[in-house]
Design a binder for this molecule. Structure first.
Ligand SMILES: *[C@@H]1O[C@H](CO)[C@@H](O)[C@H](O)[C@H]1NC(C)=O
Ligand SMILES: *[C@@H]1O[C@H](CO)[C@@H](O)[C@H](O)[C@H]1NC(C)=O
Length: 395
């Protein structure tokens, strides 16, 4: 009996630590009408038409921006309410900011129904560890890259984010892994003041110091390599660069991006080893930008609400060399995302200087696709390596 409980506890640990940390929504009343879906990120009235006299209340457990990925209710009679705003008809909330603790409501009257709704929170897309990607709209992929190569992660109008990949041998629980890690992050940002600013941040520890290097291209200052650290943030026009602990936050009016120099998972087995974890959150409706973003992350803001899953490693045995290159989830091949150096914005799909650019052609992607939001919850099946709890959070 005890063994069984222990086993269950371990299983739950795996399930919970694999999801992005935390619970986003709680159904307070009406769980027969409303449910949580898509790894806990979305809420929905379920598939098919809703019924008359439905009512539920649902609490947002974290601050987030919410968007309807599907919305069809009887206009002026069947309402989805967020704060003082009641949505009905075909227009649901788009990028509406809710505070933690906000209670949203669903109620329908006695007649006429519709297809209903799915409302999703927007969370950062991430590249973590040896890198596992969580892509926009919920797709996943592992990308080994190549030792010493720099790849573009996000290319949008006036914004470029890339990362240096390096070979890394490390221990994952009882397994020895020959993989890669991200070792540095680079940005090129063109501000509204028309200055081009470069930012670099490496995972290596400079003695005890941690800082990013920020340069304004072409500026005449004799010392044009500013060290940005916790005591010295950088701000210019619509760009802010801030170091908080080991996380560098680079933010414009449209994008919040962060790179965190973190210890490897299983830090006791990988003493002193540091890698970069990267996250990106759009602060606007990137799916509708006339310059459709690109790069490994950016291309999935393609306005289709489909999660496209790519190749992932499924390690076996006591020794494993990673090999997945995101096949199936990215347009073209990983080699096409390579940059000459961290401050280059130039690659096949670059959007940095574009005035207009189409979405990728998703029909050419071979990875399995699934509609985000409707359907049942927690997907854990093909994620090879759950996050060990020891690696989460501690500084
Ligand atoms: C921005 O700067 C570039 C060169 O630094 C210049 O060629 C361009 O005309 C400027 N654009 C605007 C809108 O001022
Ligand atoms: C890109 O930067 C230029 C120069 O500051 C600016 O004129 C333009 O509005 C920016 N475009 C976008 C989409 O932010």
């Amino acid at each position: 009996m005890q063994r069984r409980i222990l086993f269950l506890a371990q299983l739950m640990l795996v399930v919970f630590t694999d999801a992005q940390p935390g619970v986003y929504w709680s159904i307070l009343t009406g769980s027969e009408f409303c449910s949580v879906s898509s790894d806990g990120m979305c809420i929905t009235d379920g598939s098919g038409e809703y019924a008359n006299d439905e009512a539920c209340t649902i609490r947002a457990e974290v601050a987030m921006s919410i968007t309807a990925t599907e919305f069809d209710t009887e206009e002026d009679y069947d309402f989805f309410t967020v704060g003082a705003t009641a949505y009905s008809g075909s227009t649901g909330p788009t990028n509406v900011q809710v505070a933690a603790g906000t209670v949203v409501e669903w109620s329908t009257d006695r007649s006429y129904t519709g297809a209903g709704w799915t409302i999703c929170g927007t969370f950062p897309v991430t590249a973590r560890n040896d890198p596992h990607f969580r892509l926009p709209h919920g797709g996943r992929a592992d990308i080994r890259g190549e030792d010493g190569a720099i790849y573009n992660l996000l290319s949008a109008k006036n914004v470029s984010l890339s990362a240096l990949f390096e070979a890394a041998d490390f221990t994952w629980s009882k397994r020895s892994v020959h993989g890669t890690k991200m070792a540095a992050a680079f940005w090129v940002i063109r501000t509204y003041s028309n200055d081009t600013v470069t930012v670099s941040y490496t995972a290596a520890v400079h003695g005890q110091e941690r800082y990013a290097i920020v340069s304004v291209v072409g500026a005449e200052a004799t010392d044009n390599k500013l060290h940005v650290d916790a005591a010295m943030p950088f701000k210019l026009s619509n760009l802010a660069v801030t170091l908080v602990g080991r996380k560098l936050i680079v933010e414009t009016d449209k994008w919040q991006m962060a790179a965190s120099a973190d210890p490897f998972p299983f830090p006791i087995l990988n003493k002193g080893k540091v890698l970069m974890n990267i996250e990106v959150t759009p602060k606007y409706d990137a799916d509708k930008d006339v310059v459709a973003p690109h790069g490994i992350f950016g291309q999935a803001y393609d306005d289709d609400e489909m999660a496209v899953n790519g190749a992932v490693d499924s390690p076996t045995g006591s020794e494993w060399t990673t090999k997945a290159q995101g096949e199936g989830a990215i347009e073209g091949s990983i080699a096409e995302y390579k940059l000459a150096d961290g401050f280059s914005t130039d690659f096949k799909y670059s959007r940095f200087d574009a005035v207009r650019a189409p979405h990728r052609d998703v029909s050419k992607l071979t990875g399995p696709k699934e509609k985000r939001g409707k359907g049942s919850s927690a997907r854990v099946e093909h994620y090879a390596e759950p996050e060990p709890s020891a690696a989460v959070g501690s500084d």
